[in-house]
Design a protein around this ligand. Structure first.
Ligand code: SF4
Ligand code: SF4
Length: 108
């Protein structure tokens, strides 16, 4: 599981540039450049009240977020998962998920 640094500070899951979600989806099946990738788990602003999915569990602190990824052209994608030790998601002031990118993307 990758450790995530996330610059998308207006995402509901972002806390001090960490991602609180237990699993994110990074997408961009035909990506050639990092702009072609995005964090599809982005939600602007406050979390909807029905969403309980957090990586932080009581008393145990933050766990690493699992990264599901369909960016087949990235060297770090293996069988639908990201195998990089660390990734960085960027996209300050994003309003929609396509305005976010995986900065760690590296084309095969
Ligand atoms: S944009 Fe993605 S990685 Fe960043 S905090 Fe939101 S869900 Fe997590
Ligand atoms: S580094 Fe590559 S495999 Fe990992 S999330 Fe980013 S695009 Fe997907």
């Amino acid at each position: 599981m990758a450790k995530i640094t996330c610059e998308v500070v207006n995402c509901a899951y972002n806390k001090s540039r960490k991602c609180l979600k237990s699993m994110i989806d990074v997408e961009g099946p035909f990506a050639r450049y990092r702009d072609d990738t995005s964090c599809e788990s982005f939600i602007e602003g406050e979390l909807p009240s029905f969403n309980y999915e957090f990586a932080e569990s009581e008393g145990s602190g933050l766990r690493d977020t699992e990264v599901a990824c369909n960016v087949a052209s990235c060297v770090f994608m293996e069988r639908g998962k990201c195998i990089a030790e660390k990734i960085k998601i960027i996209g300050r002031n994003a309003k929609e998920s396509h305005e976010t990118d995986c900065e760690t993307f590296h084309c095969r």
